[in-house]
Write a protein that binds this ligand. Structure first.
Ligand code: SF4
Length: 243
């Protein structure tokens, strides 16, 4: 399946002020079953909650970098049990991780940046997860990052993971939602959330690369805080850096 004769600009225009429920319904109607939700953060469970309620067919995957917080591993299973759905967990290639650690140690990202480690632990597994899909749904929002996510489209051809012979569509149904809207939805719908959010963590990634933020700090300041503020994408959404 696909968007068929419907062009992406038309879809984007139609959903300009789109209700995320309607965008998800549209995505599933056009791409099931070759569509998946990428699950890691608070907003991703909102997507899962909305998608389950449509009754449509979709899959959910998560990337286990091997460096997540114990709370995040427990949270993945909590979501699996809460919704009674499988979550496919993709791990990095063991040999690639072993080679990196052998050459540079376990914390090379503090010295030469996160790109190499994220490439091995996130991007390569993501590429495998996306290989059999025609579309994926992410929780990207404009207010997550003033430097990289303000232009995120509601629907787009994935600029990174499409290939000349395989167009991959990327839906970002929450692009225009604020963090407050996400958390209001979580409370109103009893959506499970990572307990780290109760300890000052807002944007949660790998344990060594995530820290709580203080009141007034932007959520992205808790990620890769030792690096340039304008380069805070891990490769999953690296197309945002080129907009
Ligand atoms: S977030 Fe940090 S630990 Fe996780 S893959 Fe990227 S650099 Fe490695």
């Amino acid at each position: 399946m696909g968007l068929g004769t419907v062009a992406i600009p038309e879809v984007t225009k139609f959903f300009a002020e789109g209700d995320p429920h309607e965008i998800i319904r549209f995505a599933l109607e056009n791409f099931s079953p070759r569509i998946a939700i990428s699950f890691s953060g608070a907003e991703d469970v909102v997507l899962v909650d909305m998608a389950v309620k449509t009754g449509g067919e979709f899959s959910v995957f998560s990337l286990d970098t091997g460096r997540l917080h114990p709370e995040t591993y427990q949270f993945i299973d909590k979501v699996r049990e809460h919704y009674g759905i499988p979550i496919e967990v993709y791990s990095p290639q063991a040999a690639a991780v072993e080679n990196l650690v052998k050459a540079k140690g376990l914390y090379s990202f503090y010295k030469d940046g996160h790109k190499e480690c994220c490439g091995i632990r996130k991007v390569e597994p993501l590429r495998r997860a996306l290989r059999s899909l025609d579309a994926w749904i992410t929780g990207q929002r404009h207010d997550q990052s003033p430097s990289t996510r303000t232009q995120v489209a509601i629907v787009e051809t994935d600029p990174v993971f499409s290939s000349p012979d395989h167009e991959l569509i990327k839906f970002n149904p929450l692009a225009k939602w604020t963090s407050q809207q996400v958390w209001a939805y979580i409370r109103e719908n009893n959506v499970p959330f990572n307990p780290l959010h109760e300890r000052g963590y807002v944007s949660i990634g790998c344990e060594p690369c995530t820290r709580p933020v203080l009141p007034g700090q932007h959520e992205r300041e808790g990620r890769w805080w030792w690096e340039d503020q304008t380069k805070k994408e891990c490769g999953l959404h690296v197309g945002n850096l080129e907009r």
